[in-house]
Design a protein around this ligand. Structure first.
Ligand SMILES: Nc1nc2c(ncn2[C@@H]2O[C@H](COP(=O)(O)OP(=O)(O)OP(=O)(O)O)[C@@H](O)[C@H]2O)c(=O)[nH]1
Length: 321
């Protein structure tokens, strides 16, 4: 075989390899025209090499963000360095359907891409190659893992019955807020709240009715507070509200809103309509507190006074400086 025949054979083998790779390969010139398009690209795009050859990539694929992609391609021409695009940055470059059986959940193929400069024998870069990897399986399993972690985190932070924060998580937030106060001296208010004569609700209407009242109250507490506040279930029928960046005076309007919503609430269980009241204790964070537990203790004392004085009321306690 002559040297020329040998080169043709080698070129043919290389092209055949390129065609059969399970990776997308395309070549772009400086005008963003497609100069090579392998079988992977044909199969997934439904466009044959002849459909795209010498065509501008943006005309053929309008989903490509022009500015962003040009910037990527131009820098490979300019710096003569390879560059990468991951599915985390952009889920895909080319919008291909995903046909993978185990990833039936993803309608579109997730892709990683590598952009490679292709130097001519003189060292000039007139074309670049783009390799497209199907990473749908990886992307989906990562997303599933993240979603499972998120669910686990939520479970470990949440009270199952009411969906509010559980005591452990809530108390940690109070601790954080207390440390933040030591640095910033920005005010926060704490309300401890307890349902009045809740035992009677259980005794009279049953435990499920009691649960319905707890859920109703949780809903009201969420309604009456900001999303930045922390509302927790502190114990059986005791709740705790941490109002971030709020003075005791401002917290009183939250208390009033809670009282109004509870007064209007009617919990229907079977043929019964249940009404209920709550007692509350309110304290603002204060330099006199050495620990967050002391802050809770004072709010608890305020709650106790509300109970002592006849229930269905709020008591504000201000520490002596
Ligand atoms: N249904 C239901 N009841 C609960 C739950 N957790 C605690 N309890 C009940 O809450 C009641 C609390 O009763 P007590 O501590 O005597 O308080 P109370 O009857 O509200 O009286 P005061 O607080 O003094 O007004 C008990 O009957 C507990 O069984 C729960 O998750 N669901």
């Amino acid at each position: 075989m002559s040297t020329e025949d040998q080169s043709v054979t080698e070129l043919h083998q290389q092209l055949s390899l390129l065609q059969n790779l399970d990776v997308g390969v395309l070549i772009l010139d400086r005008e963003y025209r497609i100069r090579l398009w392998n079988e992977f690209m044909e199969n997934h795009s439904g466009l044959l090499y002849n459909d795209v050859n010498k065509k501008n990539v943006f005309e053929r694929f309008p989903e490509l963000p022009v500015q962003w992609f040009k910037h990527k391609v131009d820098s490979v021409f300019l710096l003569k360095n390879r560059s990468f695009i991951t599915w985390e940055q952009r889920p895909y470059l080319f919008k291909f359907k995903s046909y993978r059986p185990i990833t039936g959940l993803a309608p579109t193929m997730y892709q990683n891409a590598t952009l490679l400069p292709l130097p001519s024998p003189t060292g000039r870069i007139e074309q670049i190659a783009i390799l497209i990897y199907d990473v749908t399986d990886t992307a989906l399993s990562r997303q599933e893992l993240e979603s499972a972690n998120h669910q686990l985190r939520t479970l470990s932070e949440t009270d199952q019955l009411t969906g509010l924060y559980n005591r452990g998580f809530w108390e940690n937030r109070l601790k954080d807020e207390f440390s933040r106060y030591a640095r910033s001296l920005s005010s926060s208010a704490l309300i401890m709240l307890d349902i009045d004569y809740f035992k009677k609700v259980n005794d009279q209407y049953g435990h499920l009715a009691g649960d319905a009242v707890l859920k109703n109250l949780a809903h009201i507490l969420r309604e009456a507070t900001r999303t930045t506040d922390y509302v927790g279930r502190y114990g059986g029928e005791e709740f705790a509200l941490l109002l971030i960046g709020t003075t005791a005076r401002k917290a009183q309007s939250v208390v009033e809103r809670i009282q109004e919503l509870i007064a209007a609430a009617r919990v229907s269980v079977d043929d019964y309509t249940i009404t209920y009241t709550v007692s509350m204790g309110l304290t603002e964070v204060h330099p006199i507190f050495q620990t967050h537990e002391q802050w809770i203790k004072m709010a608890d004392q305020a709650l106790y006074l509300s109970k002592e004085n006849g229930r269905n009321q709020m008591t504000l306690l201000v520490p002596d400086s």
